[in-house]
Ligand binder design. Structure first.
Ligand code: MN
Ligand code: MN
Length: 472
């Protein structure tokens, strides 16, 4: 596998100044302040639904109103108006209406709010040897061995037959219990330790231990019966209600400062909430705009952007049509023009260079902590397959925009050629014939329960998004 040294001298890290070196005391304060808000956001928002609820709350505080309400009240939209479209509580589009007609195109900041996790199955609960467990199916690409022996929290909703939505969040308060997935003791792991890493923990063995106390007077499956009684007493839900539920097991606990110098944040779900939060904050900083500015937060990216709340759904196109209609200028052709004339930053996390594993990256074309917002001209794998591959004409505009605002940025690809790869939502937006590029924040431990970002990169991403909204 990886060698510890750069392959040869052509692979030297580019001479880019570390962003921290340029900060005045005031800017440093701003960097830490933004990250305090971000830490709070990812500590409280661990599902796509929670991200949408919180972003709507933030947006309403900034004067954004529900597009459906605008439609219901037959109101019109004009320059300076702020609206949001909430798609099933799991995806969100925020619009700051510009002075130009919508058909001139939009400036779109896009990111995803779903993160890798462990989902409960539809029939999850069972008992084995006086222990109650929940059966799961993991969501997104994970190294399964990283998700055992950790305190996990359960977040989500249970929808009862009468339509009542019961919110569940267990494991985040200091006195909440946590749950988790056990692993074999080292003493008996001779066979397990000989297995390939992808098989050390099998997907079907990701079972969450949730109880061990039998219900008094119950003969059979008494531990499970006790759990069901507790669920009935606390949430008024029955075993069958799991059939219509979305419960996600995620790492329990808050995001924290990382490093003795507090220069980094360790948290769950940086991928891609670090881009979602900074995109929304950047939009809120914009008070007026020529072309309509948009922040688009989508679901299901980690499993291929499928489903009604994923980027492949037409919900965004529909929302643009509704906004145009409210602006009194709707036609199908104009909706097409609005999309085709748009510029977008498809923001998603990038792999940060890790000194422990230098061999998977080519140093000149790699993202580093502290070097700012990352642009990936292309992602994909095996000869750029599945990637968007942004146009140089567009990249030149972005370079000029960021330099005009003195925002540090870097360029990278996801690993060495043929080392692996990944995808984002960029190629889906490119189908509308708009200019789009992948950009984002470098992350260490990507897709692990606890990921790490640099606070300066979080700040520079936000600064870069502001520059994009102002200059494009
Ligand atoms: Mn992502
Ligand atoms: Mn991801």
């Amino acid at each position: 596998m990886a060698t510890k040294k750069a392959k040869d001298s052509k692979e030297k890290a580019p001479e880019k100044k570390n962003a921290w070196l340029g900060y005045s005391e005031k800017v440093k304060k701003d960097v830490f302040k933004l990250n305090e808000g971000y830490k709070k956001f990812i500590s409280e928002c661990k599902t796509e639904r929670e991200c949408v609820i919180e972003t709507v709350r933030m947006a309403e505080a900034q004067g954004y109103v529900d597009l459906n309400q605008v439609i219901a009240e037959n109101k019109t939209l004009k320059a300076g108006d702020k609206v949001y479209f909430n798609n099933m509580g799991k995806a969100l589009a925020l619009f700051l209406i510009g002075s130009e007609p919508l058909e001139k195109g939009m400036k779109i900041l896009g990111a995803h709010v779903d993160s890798p996790r462990i989902d409960l199955k539809q029939v999850p609960l069972y008992e084995d040897t006086d222990m109650a467990l929940l059966d799961t199916h993991y969501y997104g690409g994970i190294k399964k061995y990283q998700w055992v022996t950790l305190p996990l929290a359960l977040h989500g909703v249970v929808v009862k037959k009468d339509g009542t939505v019961v919110d569940v969040c267990i494991g985040e308060k200091a006195d909440d219990p946590v749950v988790g997935i056990t692993d074999l003791l080292i003493h008996l792991s001779a066979k397990q330790m000989g297995k390939k890493a992808s098989e050390v923990i099998e997907g079907e063995d990701l079972n969450i231990l949730i109880g061990s106390m039998p219900l008094d007077g119950e003969e059979k499956d008494a531990v499970k019966a006790n759990i069901l009684k507790m669920l009935k007493d606390t949430y008024d839900i029955e075993a069958d209600d799991f059939l219509s539920a979305e419960i996600e097991a995620v790492p329990a606990g808050a995001a924290r400062d990382f490093g003795l110098d507090r220069s980094m944040v360790m948290g769950y779900g940086h991928d891609d909430r670090v881009c979602a939060y900074t995109s929304a904050v950047a939009l809120f900083e914009l008070k007026k705009t020529d072309r309509t500015a948009v922040c688009l937060l989508v679901d299901k990216e980690e499993i291929g952007s499928v489903g009604a709340t994923g980027m492949q759904s037409v919900f965004f196109e529909n929302a643009v049509a509704e906004v145009m209609d409210r602006m009194g200028d709707y036609s199908e052709l104009k909706v097409r023009r609005a999309l085709a004339n748009s510029h977008m930053l498809s923001s998603d996390v990038s792999a940060a260079f890790d000194p422990n594993y230098p061999g998977v990256n080519e140093r000149k074309n790699t993202a580093y902590f502290g070097k700012g917002l990352v642009f990936n001209k292309y992602t994909g794998s095996r000869g750029k397959s599945g990637s968007n591959d942004a146009n140089p004409e567009y990249i030149a505009k972005l370079r000029a925009a960021l330099e005009a605002h003195k925002v540090p940025f870097q360029t990278a690809e996801l690993g060495r050629v043929d080392e692996g790869g990944g995808g984002t939502i960029a190629y889906i937006m490119a189908k509308y014939n708009m200019q789009v590029i992948d950009s984002g924040v470098p992350v260490l431990n990507m897709h692990a329960p606890w990921e790490i970002v640099s606070k300066s990169d979080v700040y520079e991403a936000k600064q870069g998004y502001v520059a994009f909204l102002k200059e494009l």
